[in-house]
Design a protein around this ligand. Structure first.
Ligand code: FAD
Length: 444
């Protein structure tokens, strides 16, 4: 299909691997069957395999074709909606534990990249939650103080420090997350895929789960084969509803990104941004920006879409693409001559409290799930794999307690759709107001 705007069906980060694994066309027995080949599924499979388990992964397309191969590549300790909300919902001790969990997730991911030798252009220069209007300064200072009070490795950056770092002038203050940075998400997920294959994980691609039958063993069926296993893992995040399990645990929200053309020497020099920190804005629905190793800017978010019945809203979305380009043009006037090379979309899995869920269900309590990273899953999904591996083997991972809470369910339709439209509409209206205030301040 031809598109008016340059569109990637998956993303510029990944394409179908040359060694695509064959589809499952037989009946197999395994210790564990993992559904989904993203960070969660591959990390779970690798951890289990390293401990001697016989693991099969079923992936409907190719491993890395979901959010893990489409995201913006910020390796971030951001967790939940924001720190003040965590404090309100969970109190001091539990909020502090969640922040420690998020830090541990970043460290575990860094260690995974190092141990496996994945060349994913990881730059540990942190990420900045940036104010784009003077009104953001007070809440960002409060957020930084609250996070520091809970032990978070963050620092408030006032305007002079941002200028000294060479961050673009549209960002007027910020909270620097000192842990984490940016990476090439596709190389990271394909690195996990290679490591899993090398460790002996049996991966079947183009092998969509069509039915999961309870029992001991549990049976995972594809159109042409089946895997019977002692345990199954749903590592399907935003796609979980399509498995028929946990239909109200996560709402899939579509998020769109762009990549610019390479900046070229003159534009790169004019831009500054020497430290290449990742940036997300303090809008209600954040905008994200980062430089890539090939000196392009990848950015977007800003607009989210929910589709009726937790379906997947279509990826090609010109109004969303124009909106994210509009955000970029407003924040980076110095790059006015730099063109958009491509747009793409992916789906994040949102739980009602914005926190990941690790749990187990099924009539034999052998269908595990690790889902719902609210758009912060590069680190948290990686650690989730290690946590799921422990849980499946009847042990409790040291970080499991941080995520233990009463799991909330999204309301049924039509309430869910109506709620999503109302919330998205209200948040986008607030952001439009912020953008109008910025333009008024600049005198545009
Ligand atoms: C546009 C975008 C930008 C993002 N930016 C960031 C960021 O900068 N930083 C950050 O931390 N997080 C970010 N995220 C979130 C992050 O990408 C996810 O949290 C993370 O990739 C989740 O990994 P996962 O393995 O759980 O899910 P996925 O990577 O989505 O993997 C699930 C897999 O399950 C497969 N599957 C689904 N149904 C079936 C089935 N029936 N049978 C077999 N297989 C099936 C899918 O094909 C998919 O490969 C972003 C997400 C998006 C969409």
């Amino acid at each position: 299909m031809s598109h008016e705007l340059p569109f990637e069906a998956i993303s510029p980060w990944v394409s179908e691997p040359e060694d695509l694994r064959p589809a499952l066309d037989t009946s197999l027995r395994a210790d564990v069957v993992v559904i989904g080949g993203g960070y969660t599924g591959l990390s779970t499979a690798l951890s289990l395999r390293q401990q001697g388990a016989d693991v099969v992964v079923l992936e409907q397309d190719f491993a890395g074709s979901g959010a893990s191969g489409r995201n913006a590549g910020h390796l971030t300790p951001t967790i939940g909606k924001d720190v003040p909300t965590l404090l309100r919902l969970f109190g001091r001790e539990r909020a502090a534990n969640l922040l420690r969990f998020a830090d541990a997730a970043v460290e575990y991911t860094e260690e995974t990249i190092r141990k496996l030798g994945v060349d994913c252009e990881y730059l540990p220069n942190g990420n900045v939650l940036a104010g784009v209007h003077a009104k953001h300064e007070a809440p960002l200072r409060r957020a930084a103080d609250a996070a520091r009070g809970l032990g978070g490795a963050v620092r408030f950056l006032a305007d002079p420090e941002l200028r000294e770092r060479g961050l673009p002038p549209a960002f007027c203050c910020g909270v620097l997350e000192e842990r984490g940075g940016t990476l090439h998400p596709g190389r990271y997920v394909l690195g996990l895929r290679q490591a899993a294959l090398a460790a002996g994980v049996r991966l079947f691609e183009r092998s969509a789960l069509v039915a999961l039958e309870d029992g001991a063993p549990v049976t995972a069926r594809t159109s042409e084969g089946a895997v019977r296993a002692d345990a199954a893992v749903l590592a399907t995040n935003a796609y979980t509803t399509s498995t028929g399990r946990r239909p109200r645990a996560v709402a899939p929200l579509k998020v769109s990104l762009f990549e610019t053309e390479p900046l070229g020497d003159a534009a790169r020099a004019a831009l500054g941004w020497r430290g290449r920190e990742g940036v997300y804005t303090a809008h209600e629905v954040l905008e994200s920006y980062r430089l890539t190793a090939r000196d392009t800017i990848v950015g977007g978010s800003k607009v989210t879409r929910y589709a009726w019945g937790s379906g997947l809203a279509p990826g090609y979305d010109p109004p969303a693409f124009r909106a994210i380009e509009g955000g970029f043009r407003a924040r980076f006037p110095v790059l006015r001559d730099v063109g958009m090379a491509r747009f793409w979309s992916g789906w994040i899995g949102l739980t009602l409290d914005f926190l990941p869920q690790l749990g187990v269900g099924g009539t034999h309590q052998n269908v595990f799930h690790g889902i719902g990273y609210a758009g912060h899953g590069v680190a948290q999904a990686t650690l989730m794999g290690a946590m799921l591996a422990e849980r499946i083997q009847g042990r409790e991972h040291e970080w499991e307690v941080a995520l233990r809470r009463r799991a909330l369910s999204w309301p049924p339709e039509p309430l869910r759709w109506l709620g999503a439209q109302l919330i998205a509409g209200a948040l986008e209206a607030l952001d439009r107001r912020t953008d109008r205030q910025i333009r008024a301040t600049r005198g545009d």
